[in-house]
Design a protein around this ligand. Sequence first.
Ligand SMILES: NC(=O)c1ccc[n+]([C@@H]2O[C@H](COP(=O)([O-])OP(=O)(O)OC[C@H]3O[C@@H](n4cnc5c(N)ncnc54)[C@H](OP(=O)(O)O)[C@@H]3O)[C@@H](O)[C@H]2O)c1
Length: 315
Amino acid sequence: MNVLITGGTGYIGTVLVEEALKAGHTTHVLTRSTAKSQNLEQQGVKVIVGDILQDGLWQQKINEMDAVIHLAAPPTWGKKVTKKVALSYADGHLQLTKRLFEAIDPERLQRLVFVGGTSYFGDSGNQDPKTESFQAEPKGWGPYIAPSIRYAKEKIAAGYPATIVFPAQIYGPSSWMEQLYLQPLFTKKPLTSLKGYRPYFSPIHIEDCARALLHLTEHGEIGEDYIISDLQQLPSAVFRDEIIKIMGVKDPKFREVPRWLCQFILGPVLTEYATAHTNFSSNKLQGTGFKFRYPTYKEGLPQVVKAWLDLQLSN
Ligand SMILES: NC(=O)c1ccc[n+]([C@@H]2O[C@H](COP(=O)([O-])OP(=O)(O)OC[C@H]3O[C@@H](n4cnc5c(N)ncnc54)[C@H](OP(=O)(O)O)[C@@H]3O)[C@@H](O)[C@H]2O)c1
């Protein structure tokens, strides 16, 4: 299959590209960066250099594909997110979404997999896992991706061949897992958590997230929503304790931060994200025949920790 990945140089995209190549797909990536395109070409990727916010060759190429997986989004990770930052993120996200749909000819493209996030559904509570039909007030990043998701839903209702997917907490050897857990444990620094909160967590290994995105290009129904998480939801503290165990740290240090301080350091959006429960089921995804490489964190975390430690030793 000819698949085009927007955001193929990002956190999820990098792994998705590897999985798409491994699965034998002719893999195209849209990137704004000529520097990154050299690396991708060496991997066997067909690169389209372009910016979704500007007209270019990508608008023609997009309709020559069997499937497009849309991951491109404004940057989010690693900085304080004030309301102003979040509003500008929402604006940038929606612009990308509109430009993408404007370029698509629904008569020619077979499938678009549009990537959202479970924060769109809001706080799930910590009781029974919720499904795609759950809708509370969006939390954390949720309110800021909601305009894009509503726009995508309007386009689907008008005949665009798209499926919207909602990954939960994507863990892998970089990004938040490295910053919150792996690096501090390795350097014997304290692990930070929020005082008085024990939020639920719906993990998904980054390779399985990437595999699920590819799977849904062929096995997802047009117009349906799919949550991507693994088979076991759990309190985030249990997930953290398993990392400590695998890393073999005997006396980890902890630093509990009150909500007001978290709000001061990270801003209101990430604080809300960190305090809301994410307890979601991927039964619908499993119903399409998807099989996990790492069905739960028990299988996934040892692989991630090993990959990260190997990288430290090789540097
Ligand atoms: N990370 C998570 O844990 C998580 C969880 C659930 C859902 N999601 C969603 O998944 C999506 C991808 O997340 P991510 O963390 O992988 O993102 P990321 O690492 O921040 O990567 C974003 C990508 O977007 C591309 N991009 C940005 N503006 C562009 C433009 N104008 N034209 C073309 N490409 C553009 C960048 O490519 P170049 O710089 O190469 O052009 C980059 O590869 C987002 O919608 C996010 O909300 C993420």
